[in-house]
Design a protein around this ligand. Structure first.
Ligand code: COA
Length: 716
């Protein structure tokens, strides 16, 4: 790299937030351009020309003088003018030299189509690293390698070998799979879906989904961001960028593969409860990303968000010409957490006065199989103007008298008259309804074959509206003033002792340093020390064996509760020692922990497990010995978990919350204190990345205050 001018670290362009060299290059070169039809180097040339790209195009080929009517150059160095972007489509063995020549030429960005890099193994990975180094060295941004290329319908530019150039629209689509990208492009033209940008991410050696999401968030032509991703390299940065983007426009992600969290040995309850995919679900939900679960859902949601307005609430009205689908759809609305609208009195009166007696006038409205266009239009108009309706789902089944074309036109008229309410349709049938479906699609009304995907889309839109509203009224977090020094000192001692698990007394000290109300514990090494500790704490007390190797103390006779006198303390000390030695003769025992016996409260768990991608996840739920049986737990990312409402919302996702509010005549528990413990635990694990896992179980909740009885902390 002879003329390497400066060294650009990966991520510098993140801060610059500019991908102009890729999307709006003033000039571009195709290295590996070919005259031969059917070759990728030829397809790219033709795509660029056919897209209507207005900048200068320089084909580069060592043998040719002219390609697709344009002057060809033997090397990029021979090009007379500046080159902003180079598309590289030569075999892998030649890419490095080509990239170096681009660097020398002062090219700003590369799109490397060529395969044969890290996806092929060690040798390919080494080559990819060298390629990246070349890019950094010359300050070039790189898309790929191993990608289909990129398209921008507004520039316009098609620097790819995709067979279809999409219609102009407002969806930015980023895909880690070339095949999925090509499939969606082909499908979209039939579905009438338009794109602003389409990017094949390839191996993401330099630019990744993070850069393109950031770009799309700021792009005035993009209204919806759609992603297919297989892995996320920098989870924290992804969440930051995608979260910021989601506040401006919907970000829909289909993430295949599962998180590595599950692969991690989970020694805590919290870790076992978290499971493999949970980190993604939690992280996505928390930063407002709409998660598609399948390719079908990705396509459906893309259509819904691109074509529909966002509903003001979750109340759905259904209009149908047949009972069965109406009932199925009603069930589905409720299962998905939406609500069937309860019509206004006026709506019901109008329906009663104008529809046949046999018609269903409540929600779902059944206009009956013999309905003509006027009846459909009347019912649709009435539900559209009802103030208790937030979105409308129209279901049509073919009968001998159904006129799908005219009915679709009526639906479009109603939608056009009330453009602020989302309208979805499901035309359940085939040939008879095809023309009607076509008419709705062209008019931008999402139309499905069955009701369920339509309802899923309404749910997606509604959830996004909730997120946006929440983000707009986001509260300031409450800060915690911790004693970090104490925690550091405890960890220092534990590591010096060549342990990774804290003893109960150490864990209580760490928790107390962060204001988590740990029941006081004193470590003792002989019966007399234990008696003194009990005297200091006050009777009754609990005695527990202290050994980092014993996870389940009760199983080995390592716990005695309800101890009332010094004699009982002495006896309990000896009995515990004997019992543990009998069960586990070789285990190291540090002594016996004496803890004040706390009154019984509502048993909760607060815990933390660490996900490799997204960092610490905080868990809250029903505690005690049945946590893994009941699995009544809600999770949140610890990062930024400071707001009271935000934490309260987490509590409401569990059954434990019902207990906290006072179940069947019981007095309510101290919910504010629970919120505070969650906030403090989140702060503790954010401040100390060396904490691997935490289980506070049980955490007793009382009418006033809490007590953390058993705290397990492991560090790494
Ligand atoms: N500079 C400019 N052009 C060069 C060159 C150089 N240094 N070296 C060779 N060329 C020319 C070749 O002469 C050829 O032109 P021609 O057709 O006029 O002979 C053209 O570049 C292409 O080179 P060729 O050796 O014919 O390669 P190819 O077209 O068979 O394959 C790739 C090149 C990039 C398509 C192939 O290596 C590849 O990676 N294919 C997979 C792509 C893919 O699937 N990507 C991921 C999608 S998800």
């Amino acid at each position: 790299m002879k003329g390497c001018r400066f060294f650009r670290q990966k991520g510098v362009h993140d801060r610059m937030g500019e991908l102009t060299g890729l999307f709006r290059p003033g000039s571009l070169a195709v290295i590996g351009a070919s005259r031969a039809r059917g070759k990728i180097g030829n397809a790219i040339m033709r795509n660029i020309i056919e897209s209507g790209y207005q900048g200068k195009i320089y084909p580069i080929n060592p043998k040719e003088k002219e390609i697709e009517g344009l002057t060809s150059y033997p090397s990029i160095g021979a090009v007379p003018g500046d080159v902003d972007m180079a598309v590289i489509s030569v075999p892998a063995s030649k890419v490095l030299v080509a990239a170096g020549e681009c660097g020398e030429k002062g090219v700003k960005a590369l799109t490397v189509i060529t395969a044969g890099f890290k996806e092929t193994g060690k040798e390919g990975l080494d080559l990819e690293k060298k390629l990246l180094k070349t890019c950094h060295c010359y300050g070039m941004q790189m898309l790929g390698p191993n990608c289909v290329g990129l398209l921008d319908t507004h520039t316009p530019i098609n620097a790819s070998f995709a067979a279809t150039f999409p219609i102009k629209g407002d969806i930015a689509f980023l895909s880690q799979s070339g095949a999925i990208l090509l499939a969606i492009l082909d499908w979209s033209s039939a579905a009438g879906l338009g794109f602003s940008k389409v990017v094949s991410l390839g191996n993401k050696a330099d630019l990744s989904e993070i850069d393109f999401i950031q770009d799309a968030a700021n792009d005035p032509y993009t209204r919806v961001i759609l992603c297919y991703i297989e892995d996320i390299v920098d989870g924290a940065r992804f969440l930051e960028v995608a979260g910021q983007a989601a506040r401006k426009k919907p970000v829909i992600v289909l993430k295949s593969g599962v998180s590595q969290a599950g692969a991690q040995a989970a020694s805590s309850h919290t870790g076992a409860l978290a499971g493999s995919d949970l980190a993604y679900t939690t992280a996505f939900a928390q930063c407002g990303i709409i998660r598609a679960r399948s390719m079908t859902e990705l396509f459906d949601l893309a259509m819904a968000f691109s074509k529909s307005v966002i509903p003001a609430g979750n109340r759905v009205a259904i209009v149908t010409n047949s009972g069965g689908p109406g009932i199925i759809a009603t069930d589905n609305v409720e299962q998905k957490g939406l609500a069937m609208a309860r019509f206004d009195k006026k709506t019901i009166e109008d329906m009663r006065a104008n529809l046949p007696q046999e018609a269903g006038i409540y929600n779902p409205v059944d206009v009956l199989g013999d309905a003509g266009v006027e009846r459909f239009e009347f019912a649709l108009e009435k539900v559209m103007i009802d103030p208790n309706v937030d979105s409308v789902l129209f279901l049509l089944c073919p009968t001998a008298v159904t006129r799908p074309v005219e009915i679709s036109q009526a639906l479009i008229r109603v939608r056009d008259a009330h453009p602020d309410k989302p309208v979805f349709a499901a035309y359940t049938g085939g040939k008879c309804l095809a023309e009607g479906v076509e008419i709705l699609s062209s008019a931008g009304i999402p139309c499905f074959t069955f009701p369920e995907p339509a309802i899923e889309c309404i749910r997606g839109l509604y959830n996004y509206s909730l997120y946006r509203r929440g983000a707009e009224t986001a509260e300031n977090g409450v800060s915690v003033k911790p004693d970090k020094k104490t925690v550091k000192a405890v960890f220092y001692d534990v590591i010096k002792d060549r342990r990774l698990t804290l003893m109960g007394s150490e864990a209580a000290e760490v928790a107390s340093a962060y204001g988590i109300p740990a029941a006081p514990v004193i470590l003792t090494t002989n019966p007399e020390e234990a008696v003194a500790a009990a005297g200091e704490l006050g009777y009754p007390v609990v005695l527990k064996v202290a050994s980092p190797k014993i996870m389940h103390k009760t199983d080995v006779g390592g716990v005695k509760i309800g101890i009332q006198t010094p004699e009982e303390v002495r006896l309990a000390f000896i009995e515990i020692m004997e019992s543990v030695h009998r069960y586990l003769p070789k285990v190291i025992i540090y002594g016996i922990e004496v803890q004040k016996m706390m009154p019984k409260g509502t048993e909760l768990i607060v815990g933390m497990t660490r996900d490799v991608q997204f960092g610490p996840l905080i868990a809250f739920g029903l505690g005690g010995i049945y946590v893994n049986l009941f699995k009544d737990v809600a999770f949140r990312l610890a990062d930024g978990l400071t707001g009271t409402r935000q934490i309260e919302e987490m509590l409401t996702e569990t059954k434990a919350y019902t207990l906290l509010r006072g179940y069947r005549g019981e007095s309510p528990r101290d919910i504010a204190a629970v919120v505070d413990v969650i906030r403090r635990t989140a702060r503790l694990v954010t401040d100390f990345p060396e904490i691997n896992e935490i289980d506070i179980n049980p955490l007793f909740a009382y009418e006033k205050g809490l007590s953390a009885l058993d705290i397990k902390i492991t560090i790494s």
